[in-house]
Design a protein around this ligand. Structure first.
Ligand SMILES: [Zn+2]
Length: 148
């Protein structure tokens, strides 16, 4: 989403509405994980490689020319005071974290697997649904463990 003349473009507005509908749908299905992901904790919007971002010192730079911790003006909202900063993933990818948008934007081409906050709950449900081992299966497992 880019701001032009302090107004959202039609495409950006459509984007936001579509995003809102996805979140509402996910919440209705009870898919909390998808609803949270959709709520923009991790943004799906990427920072184009050729996008110049205005730094705190007023100089525009490419994200690839910046370092972790630098304060910048958010490229995704009309940011008069630098409310974003550069962060680096554990894999070394650069991103912009905006405290106003409450989102992290990664450089385009950055592949990320979203964290599943409900992995433990899903595993528990799967375990509960699977049949319990019989006593003979258990004693066989114990016997196998003891011979190793
Ligand atoms: Zn922002």
């Amino acid at each position: 989403m880019f701001l032009i003349g302090n107004k959202l473009t039609e495409a950006a507005l459509d984007d936001l509405i579509a995003e809102g509908n996805l979140i509402r749908e996910a919440a209705r299905r009870g898919d909390i994980s998808a609803a949270i992901a959709g709520a923009g904790i991790q943004s799906r919007r990427a920072i184009p490689r050729d996008l110049e971002i205005v730094c705190q010192d007023g100089v525009s730079r490419l994200l690839t020319e910046m370092q972790r911790g630098m304060r910048v003006h958010c490229p995704f909202h009309d940011d008069r005071h630098p409310s974003a900063f550069i962060l680096e993933s554990t894999k070394g990818s650069l991103g912009v974290r905006c405290s106003f948008c409450m989102q992290t934007f990664w450089l385009e081409g950055t592949t990320r697997t979203p964290h599943d906050y409900f992995a433990f709950e899903k595993e528990t449900v799967d375990l509960a649904a699977s049949p319990l081992p019989t006593n003979s299966q258990l004693s066989m497992e114990v016997a196998l463990t003891m011979t190793q």
